[in-house]
Design a protein around this ligand. Sequence first.
Ligand code: SF4
Ligand code: SF4
Length: 135
Amino acid sequence: MPDPLPGTPVTPPVAAPRAKKRPKELAVIDQSGCTGCEVCIEFCPVDCILTVPGPDFDQHKKLVEIDLEVCIGCKLCVKYCPWETIEMIASADALSVAARWTQRSVLPQAEWIRDASGIEVVASGPLPLHGAKPG
Ligand code: SF4
Ligand code: SF4
């Protein structure tokens, strides 16, 4: 490339945006085994485990759900959950498994998660809780 003429502003090259690397696996909580102890929340390095409103449990039990869009698949929550109720699921299957195992108050918005799962995300109201009897 020829040198720019004197006085011509030089535009620095713009780097192409790098695509975010998608984790091979995402963590999904089986809420039927969750005690609401919140240990997993302490260990998550990206703060993507959230307490969410749940059905009529006693006041000491909360539900927790993982924001699949933010999870980096580090497995720390799986390692430290005292009740062994978190599993690593292939990213393409994580949303559909999460829809069966959790109430899904945390709805992933990322298209790649929805597209990979091939399921329709219900926008109004939570999905039925895993293990709950139809009401
Ligand atoms: S550590 Fe396990 S049992 Fe405790 S809140 Fe998290 S998922 Fe539930
Ligand atoms: S796998 Fe890592 S990033 Fe994902 S929810 Fe568990 S602790 Fe958080």
